[in-house]
Each structure stands twice: as structure tokens, then as C-alpha cells.
Design a protein around this ligand. Sequence first.
Ligand SMILES: Nc1ncnc2c1ncn2[C@@H]1O[C@H](COP(=O)(O)OP(=O)(O)O)[C@@H](O)[C@H]1O
Ligand SMILES: [Mg+2]
Length: 458
Amino acid sequence: MISPIRDTSKNRLHTIGFVVGDLEISHAFNRLATGHVGLGKTGEIYIVSASGIPITNLRYKPANTGNEESIGSLIKTEGVKRVLNHEKGTSIYKNYAGETVVGSYLWLDKLKVGVIAEIHKSEIMAPLRRIGYSAFLTLGILFTLCVIISYYVSNHISAPIITIAETAKKIADGDLNHRLSLDLKNEIGVLAEAFNSMTEQLATTIRTLEEKEKSIREAYHELKDTQAQLVQSEKMAAIGELVASIVHEMRNPLSSIKLNLQIIGRKLDRDSQAHEHYKIAIDQVAHLDKMFSELLNYSKPIVLDKIPILPDKLVDMALKHISEKLSVHNTKIIKKFEENLPPVEVDVDKIIQVIVNVLNNAIDAIEDDGKIEIKTRFTEMERQKMVDIIISDSGVGIPEHQLEHIFKTFFTTKKKGTGLGLTVVKKIMEAHQGRINVKSTVGEGTTVVLSLPVKDSK
Ligand SMILES: Nc1ncnc2c1ncn2[C@@H]1O[C@H](COP(=O)(O)OP(=O)(O)O)[C@@H](O)[C@H]1O
Ligand SMILES: [Mg+2]
């Protein structure tokens, strides 16, 4: 360094000499460069000459120049290149030791040297990476928390609410047997319990209502039936009275006709044509007579005079009643009575009339020399003890389309039939709280089951 010495005493600028000083700058710079103050763990500052040779000590071993660690070797890093280009700035590049560094460079033109400060990129990036890690960790924790909260919410709140909603829908659709089975100790659990008891109450209320509705409907039907029966019985009573009076009026002339016919008949020659006519007339009179007595029977109101009697006895009495007809037709009767049957409580005359009517139909249905089987058995119908009298014939049978009409008044398929037999049978059986059942197969025969209640069966 050189500085002039000037004389200023006589108001003029006169150089009288020079001060020359010599400074070892590398030493000063070295102190600066090796201090590493503020440059972290890996940072360094070094100075390069205009030819790119470091003139201060290097902290690391240069990768390209073997083991040299000090001044003297040419450095060709990007930082050095730029500083030698008199550039000023900061960039990332590989330093002389091959490490990636963040380097700042500055050309000191006056001194014709370049100052380079470098620090390892990893050290600069460490805080950023740390921030990144902690951000990632925070995010991870947040995500896990979200997953746990969602799982909890879905398990303890959403899922039970969905179950409640689904069950409510099923119940609204009418399936009242559904109940919630959520064993939760929270508000949802309380809600589920309240829901279940509400459903229980609803089911009970609906059941009660249904039962009430059913009994009201039954009562209504019973009322209608009773009303219809009342109207019918009133009508029948009126018709019955009318029929009875007509029959009564006609029976006397009919007896007179019969008597007179018999007188005429006695005078007729048995082989004459007139006797044939007489036979037809007396036959028709007999038919009318039968019809009148059946009509009277049918029109009379049924008044029962019940006594306990063994079923076998009833059958035997009925058989005795029509023994003449049976022997005329040479009908074989097969009896199969169950032993120790309880007595039935019936109006004996009326039930004999029933059995006789059924047997008459059976005899009419079979050819001569046919068979009729009569069985008795104990049975229970809707908790009611009954005795069945079963009369089976091997007759012509009843076609299916006729079966539903056989109990109708005046329905007959016979030339000399009245169509009143089974009507009376049904009427008498119903008056006894009994039943009648008919099964038939054309060509095979007919079975009539008469069921009568046993004494004190209720
Ligand atoms: N055992 C039977 N076999 C065949 N048909 C029968 C029998 N019982 C009843 N029927 C039929 O039922 C009809 C009605 O019988 P019923 O009321 O006794 O009147 P009716 O004997 O005067 O014809 C008969 O005409 C006959 O067609
Ligand atoms: Mg008959």
C-alpha cells in the first residue's frame, strides 16, 4: 500500500514524499475464512485469486487434487468459475470436495480476489426437511385421528341410526315383530330401548284393535245370520201353517177317494183293463197320501223331547220300522257297532225318522238283493264328543252336480219321490246340534254320516 505525504503549509499542494506499507493479507483473510462464524457445521469461506487458486486455507480435502488441503491447487467449481467471471450471487453446485453446496460468491475488484462462502446443501435443507417431517407427522396424526373419529362416529352413531331407520321402515310396512338389538350404553342405546318399548306398545295396541275388530265383525255376522234366520223361520212358519192347513183340507177328500176306489176295485175283474187303471189310480193316491204326511211332517215346527239312549238301540228301532220294506227288497243289513259307546241325548222318534229316511234312500238306490252297512263309532269334533251312525249302501251313487242339491226342499230324482226326506233329516239333525255328511261315488255307492252329540258332552 502506498500513500503520498503532502505539504499544505503554504496553501499549495506539494508532495514531499511517500509512505510505503506492506500487508500480508492472506493471513488476515485466513483468520476470517477459518473462523466459520455463522456458517453452521459445514460452512467455510475461502478466497481465490484471479487465476482460480485458493489463497486461504480450505476446510476440506479437494476431490480432484488428492490429499492437498491448502492453497495452491486450481479449483474449477461453478462458484469459482462465476466469481472469476466477476459475478455476484448464490447458487447450488458441487464444491471442490465433490459435496453439493449452496455457495455465495463475490468478486472484489480492487483486491482482484474472489470471496466464496459455501455451506453443505444438506445442512441448509435440514430445517426444511425437519419442517417437512413434522408437517407430515402432523398430517399423519390428523389423518389417523380423523379415521378413528369417523370409525367411532360410524360405529356408535351413524350405524345404529341407520339400523333404527331400517327397523322403523320395516315396522311402518307392517312387520311389528322387529326389535332393535343395540347394546349401547349411550344416548343411542336409550333411544333404541325407547323405540323397542314404543314398538311393543304399538304391537299390543294393534293386536287389541284387531281382536276388537274381529269380535265386532263376528258379532255383526252373527247378528245378520240371526236376523236372516228369524226372517226365514218366520217365513217358514207362515208357509208351514199354510201347507199344514191345505194338507189337512185335502187329506179328507183323499181318504174318501181312496175308500171309493177300493170299493170299485173290489168289483173289477183282476185281469180287465179297468183293473189296470184302478191300480194306477190307487198307486197315485198312495203317493199323494205319502206326500201329504211328509209335507205335514216338514211343515210342523220341531219340538224335541230328548232322552239319553244308546246309539245301537236307535239303529235297531229304525230297522224294525222298515223291516217290511227290507224283506220285500231282500236287502242284506251288515251291522258293525263299536263297543261301549256312550248314550246320545235325542228325541227318539225324530232320530228314528232320520235313520229311516236315510235307509229308505239307500234301499231305493240299490238293486234288489243289495247290501247296506251300518256302523257306529265314537268321535270328537271341535272338542265335542259325538257318536257317528254311518250308513253305506252299494247303490247307484249321486252325481257330483246333484250332491249339492240333495238337501233342497222338493229336490228328487225319483218317479215317486217327494224331495222332502233329506230336508226333514237335515232339519231334525240341526235341531239336535248334530251333523249330516254325505259322500258318494257314482257306480260305487253312498255313505251318509249322522253325527249326534253324546249326553253331557259339553
Ligand atoms: N243313498 C242314496 N243313493 C243315491 N241317491 C240318493 C241317496 N240318498 C239321496 N239320494 C238322492 O237325493 C235325492 C233327494 O232325496 P230325498 O230328499 O230323500 O227325496 P226323495 O227320496 O223323495 O227323492 C234323491 O232323489 C236321490 O237323487
Ligand atoms: Mg227319500
